[in-house]
Design a protein around this ligand. Structure first.
Ligand code: NAP
Length: 292
């Protein structure tokens, strides 16, 4: 069997186009332009690239994009002060604090300082709790994108055995909550899981988010399963050339799975598209509260 390749780039482009159309309608009908503020502390090159990519996508969707850069030695108080200002600012509907923050800043404290209605990353404890309790919530972007990718090949995920590899707060745990909300039977695996290959072999849907290049082998995949690969790491091959690798050994898994996401071009583009969607939804929710 050769799996269907789930084209994350195309699915993300379609989602971004739908968001842009809704942004246009919101501007026209309510006079509101959704705004996303990105906060970057320090000069980590990867974080700079992420913030730049998200800002460009925000502008392309017709939204307002503002960037706030603080030096690496900025105090926690200065950052909390900025968050307070952005919380109060009417033209900012979403706030994105690029992680990781420098070690001297308490990330949890910063996230808790966000207005939960502007927490477009879905990391605030109020959103985490609402998601876990099945209430409407702003859900984290990467796992939301994974659900959309899985549903692009199977509209109804109900009843599927789903195995999520990884239990981080930004991917694994919210992923499990979202799949539970889709009525999957969910197992969360992690570094202490015994017999991981056997656990994965049970799955109709595998979401790999371990950050371990090519951890999941083709022999672990149940024939016909949907495989969503969140991992993305730069590795050096035997030829000395560097390339991006996911958590799944793609060349092996593509022969067994029913559908699989590539790396790159799978989950990554969906994360950005879902951030735009969350910002649009945050702006729409604010309009309703204010009856603009
Ligand atoms: P993380 O915080 O490092 O969490 C990794 C999780 O994987 C942990 O729960 C860990 O278990 C588990 N794990 C590690 N090695 C394992 C193994 N050998 N077997 C089973 N489980 C194992 O990473 P993350 O932030 O969730 O990100 C995971 C990956 O996704 C990374 O490659 C990251 O770059 C990528 N990512 C991509 C996007 C995107 O948009 N494409 C977004 C976010 C993350 P323990 O809890 O037991 O340590």
């Amino acid at each position: 069997m050769t799996a269907t390749i789930i084209d994350g780039t195309a699915i993300a482009a379609a989602l971004r186009a739908r968001v842009a159309a809704e942004v246009e309608a919101l501007k026209r009908e309510r006079g509101v332009t959704p705004g996303l503020a990105a906060v970057l502390v320090g000069d980590d090159p990867a974080s700079q690239v992420y913030v730049r990519t998200k800002a460009k996508a925000t502008r392309e969707a017709g939204m307002l994009s503002v960037e706030h850069r603080l030096p690496a030695d900025a105090s926690e108080a200065a950052l909390l002060g900025l968050i307070g200002k952005l919380n109060a600012q009417g033209d900012v509907h979403g706030i994105l604090v690029q992680l990781p923050l420098p070690a001297h800043i308490d990330s949890a404290k910063v996230i808790e300082a966000l207005d939960p209605g502007k927490d477009v990353d879905g990391f605030h404890p109020i959103n985490v709790g609402r998601l876990a309790s099945g209430a409407s919530a702003i859900a984290p972007c990467t796992p939301t994108g994974c659900v959309l990718l899985a549903k692009s090949v199977r509209a109804d995920l109900a009843g599927l055995e789903a195995v999520v590899i990884g239990r981080s707060n930004i991917v694994g745990k919210p992923m499990a909550q979202l799949l539970l909300a889709e009525n999957c039977t969910v197992t969360i695996a992690h570094s202490k899981t015994r017999e991981l290959p056997a656990v994965v072999r049970r799955a109709d849907l595998v979401v790999a988010a371990a950050g371990r290049p090519e951890l999941v082998r083709g022999s672990w995949i149940k024939p016909g399963a949907i495989v969503i690969d969140v991992g993305i790491q730069r590795v050096t091959g035997p030829d000395g050339k560097s390339r991006l690798a996911g958590d799944v050994a793609f060349a092996e898994a593509v022969e067994v799975a029913g559908a699989i996401t590539p790396v790159p071009g799978g989950v990554g583009p969906m994360t950005v598209a879902c951030l735009l969607r969350n910002t649009l939804e945050a702006a729409k929710a604010r309009c309703q509260t204010l009856r603009v």
